[in-house]
Write a protein that binds this ligand. Sequence first.
Ligand SMILES: C[S@@+](CC[C@H](N)C(=O)[O-])C[C@H]1O[C@@H](n2cnc3c(N)ncnc32)[C@H](O)[C@@H]1O
Length: 360
Amino acid sequence: MVEFDFPVVEVQEGKAKLLVPDLSRYDHPAHAPVFFNPAMELNRDITVSVMKALKPRDMLDALAGTGAKGIRVMLEAGVEVAFNDRNPLAVKFIKENLSRNGLKARVYQKDANILMREESFHSIDIDPFGSPAPFVDSAANCLKNHGILGITATDTSALTGTYPRAGLRRYGILVGRTSFMHELAIRALIGFVVREFAKYDIALRPIFSHSTLHYYRVFFKARYGKIRATKAMKELKWLVYDRKTEDRWYSDLQERSFENYGPVWSRELWDEDLLGKIKGVSGEAEKLISLAREESRFELPYIDYHVLAGKYGLSLLKMDRLIEVLSQHGISASRSHFCGHCFKSDAQPSEIASVLESNG
Ligand SMILES: C[S@@+](CC[C@H](N)C(=O)[O-])C[C@H]1O[C@@H](n2cnc3c(N)ncnc32)[C@H](O)[C@@H]1O
């Protein structure tokens, strides 16, 4: 066994036995010599499920840390993975963890942007500290036709509009605080990545998206071709928001008298075929996937029921009852993974409020 000059422990996650820094010695996982965050297990669980369902020929774990995600993908999805991290200590962990799990793989110690210019893969995972923006251009040069790209963003304050200038600087997208900020954030992130790939005549389409308190995560499928890339760009729109009524809609142009955010991705956040193929998932990931199955048909951002009730003076119903009442009035709605008191619908909040007012 290799030696580290700081305390390490072995943890079990999924099917993997992982040697990681002993986090009880640090205030935050980011302060350990190599990054491993147990709170990102859901992110890794979902990646395993997506890879298991899609079975790409290989995957680059471009910012691998201890190798936790890629090792789980090898063990649980049976996909060949290449690992990279520019931190030599991370590479030491990756090699040790591969050997602990009886695996063999290519391991690089490079700047991910250089590696992604030198080699190409059928799937790439980008899991940085903060913003993925600095890696997206190289990923476009590295991903094969029909490839899968998984991207994590932990710079939630730039994407939710807490710091709109950061959103503009990093992503070239106008974001602001809204009652549907997590969906605006995911749609802004997708908008940015779609645009970056379109420069190289590659069309991206999101196939799985999820939002948590600390990060956003999106998987995309790539198809090469100018016409397809132009078509993907056409799905980037302004999200127009009427704060008085809570109504919101997509538009090709900014509209006066309303707030305009974008350009953002205006279409579906999940691929229904993929959702149907994901099997054998449990715990948090299962809850998330079953909510995604319910909400995947809606393209408008979720409605925050507390905000709606506050604005229109409505009394609150239980979420299941709310959806039932709306459906009795011909309005289709579903729960949403974005938050427990949020729901999705293709009806506008003002219409929903008037139905609920008349319902008593
Ligand atoms: C958030 S951690 C990855 C966590 C890992 N995916 C997991 O699931 O445990 C980000 C990693 O990226 C590495 N890194 C940061 N910038 C890099 C770059 N430009 N090239 C290669 N690795 C980089 C860091 O050393 C760190 O290990």
